[in-house]
Write a new protein. Structure first.
Length: 261
């Protein structure tokens, strides 16, 4: 089976285990968003600055690898016409459950971001892409597809993991932290090692990517970088979060006229 299908099954399992990134927003959160009080996350703990969105009224928004009923309901309540693309049946089912519970229409698309996205060129005003490109090997492809399906002037909001996180073991205390992987981490490599097999069975196939791939390849795809922040993820479940930021978020724009920037 393709590694991305195995990752989708991993997300289905995490959904039945009610892992935090699979638990949807509450009715109260949706109602607050209808009143204009809302926040969304690209990374675990820092709210995305509101100016990154601009006015969302009637804007076509793609939630890329964004199933699970987190951003879809909130951005819909904020006025956007939202499409959620994800590869996990369970994450899409949760998105559908929230839409039915709250009584709004949403476009749900099961698709693999390692393939051509199933949308025409210039389809969206904004792409919201929370931390998820750690599940795909070739992110240059993802940035190029984002560029293609965004309208000129469209925005790409992306969250991603600090690659340095993959250097270390998953330690419960600082005293147990060890350097265990060479970067960039690629779980398709060294699959013959028992430790690697165990990690893949638990967390799916993951890839650390370099900053050159994360930022340089957005620029090579044609985007202009507009803003950037770090998320220290002040959450005790991440031992390393007390030492360096574990996640990053970027705002990039597809130039309105690529020949005149
Ligand atoms: C961390 S979750 C992000 C969604 C969540 N709404 C959030 O707020 O964080 C990562 C998502 O990426 C999806 N995913 C992983 N690999 C994918 C792929 N190749 N194509 C599309 N979606 C993928 C997973 O199914 C999962 O829903």
């Amino acid at each position: 089976m393709d590694y991305t299908r195995i990752n989708a099954k991993t997300w289905d399992r995490w959904s039945s285990d009610n892992w935090i990134w699979t638990v949807p927003v509450t009715h109260e959160t949706y109602v607050s968003a209808l009143k204009g009080e809302w926040e969304v996350l690209l990374t675990p703990t820092v709210n995305v600055p509101k100016e990154w969105f601009g006015d969302l009224t009637d804007k076509k928004v793609l939630g890329l690898a964004s199933g699970g009923g987190h951003q879809g309901p909130v951005l819909t309540a904020a006025g956007a016409d939202v499409t959620i693309m994800d590869l996990s049946d369970a994450q899409l089912a949760t998105e559908k459950m929230v839409a039915e519970r709250e009584g709004y229409a949403i476009n749900l698309v099961k698709a693999d971001m390692t393939q051509r996205f199933p949308f025409a060129d210039d389809s969206f005003d904004l792409i919201f892409h929370p931390v998820s490109n750690c599940y795909v090997a070739d992110i240059a492809h993802v940035w190029r597809e984002c560029f293609r399906v965004l309208k000129p002037g469209g925005r790409l909001l992306a969250g991603f993991t600090n690659p340095d996180l993959y250097l270390f073991n998953d330690a419960d205390s600082v005293a147990d932290i060890r350097v265990v992987n060479k970067l960039p981490y690629d779980s398709l490599a060294n699959l013959d090692k028992p430790s690697q097999k165990k990690r893949v069975a638990e967390e799916g196939y993951q890839f650390s990517h370099t900053m050159e791939r994360q930022i340089g390849d957005q620029l090579k795809a044609g985007f202009l970088l507009k803003d950037f922040y770090e998320d220290f993820t002040t959450d005790d479940s991440y031992t390393l979060s007390h030492y360096f930021p574990l996640f990053f978020a970027s705002l990039a724009v597809k130039p309105a006229d690529p020949h005149n920037i």
